[in-house]
Design a protein around this ligand. Sequence first.
Ligand SMILES: Cc1ncc(COP(=O)(O)O)c(C=O)c1O
Length: 355
Amino acid sequence: MKRSPADLVREEILALKAYHVPSAAGMIKLDAMENPYRLPEALREEVGHTVAGLAINRYPDPEAPELKARLREVFSIPAESGLLIGNGSDEIIAMVAQALARPGAAMLAPEPSFVMYRMNALLTRMRYVGVPLNADFTLDAGRFLDAIAEHRPALTFLAYPNNPTGNLFPEDAVARIVAAAPGFVVVDEAYHVFARRTFMARLAEFPNLMVMRTVSKLGLAGVRLGYAAAAPEWIREFDKVRPPYNVSVLTQFVAERVLTHVAALDRQAETIRDERAGLFDHLRELRGVEAFPSEANFILVRVPDADRVHAKLAARKVLVRNLNGSHPLLENCLRLTVGTPGENQLLLDALTEAL
Ligand SMILES: Cc1ncc(COP(=O)(O)O)c(C=O)c1O
């Protein structure tokens, strides 16, 4: 008799729910922290020419020399650091977890934080330890340091700023954690263009530190590119885990071209930061809404009944992320991505009506 998935698939996978991406057709899409602006017209044409000239009959160069040189220049990656690229930073998280998942190894992260840390612990059979944030989502550095002493994690993730809470943990607390950790620490700077704070310049101080980033929030979410810098001896090991052709020819050359014009993306990020400030002020004025301060391109809010408000927003074609039920600290919380001024106004109108 043929065996079914239930007989053969690992139990922890059977127990999972697939990552659900709701259809955004016809919706105002404020659920996934994307940049709402497309590339300027001239740059789109340049990308078109670049794509037309690519030899897509060939596999990509696994070393991606042009792209890596551009990343180093544009993002001030120290010359003495190694550089790893991934099919999104999601893939870098997976590679680092795979490399460090010795039997019994622990992964530590604050909670709530980016869900893919825990997911990769599960996939690689690392022992996951979540250290709760305070009720206002600030980091309890003492508690985190105690957890490090107790669990001696092989791998620690700190999102800087944190997703889904949006706040930036204090730099000195993060530095103390990196210094105290006996294992490897990834500071995940997915939202660094909005926070403008980074550990990139401090890599030399910490031999166990990786600074990981993505171009997704900068305006290239569809391209799928993440990058990470750390001491070369670490990158050499993670590179062994990397599928050799993980970053496509299209991604390598489109990202390289667009990043030569990074100033255009930086201007969009600046607009988004200004919009965030305006949206935050308006949200704070809404009765029944508690808005949490954010250094990212989204704002976490608590409302009286998140499921109801989420459904009402969806009925008005506004798609946001409902976090109710995903973690006890996120009860009745919604995550609102900052959109264009027009989108933000529609969000505020819909929210006012939904409350
Ligand atoms: C903190 C954090 N890290 C990493 C990622 C993954 O980004 P990507 O795979 O698009 O590079 C995200 C995406 O939302 C995120 O919020």
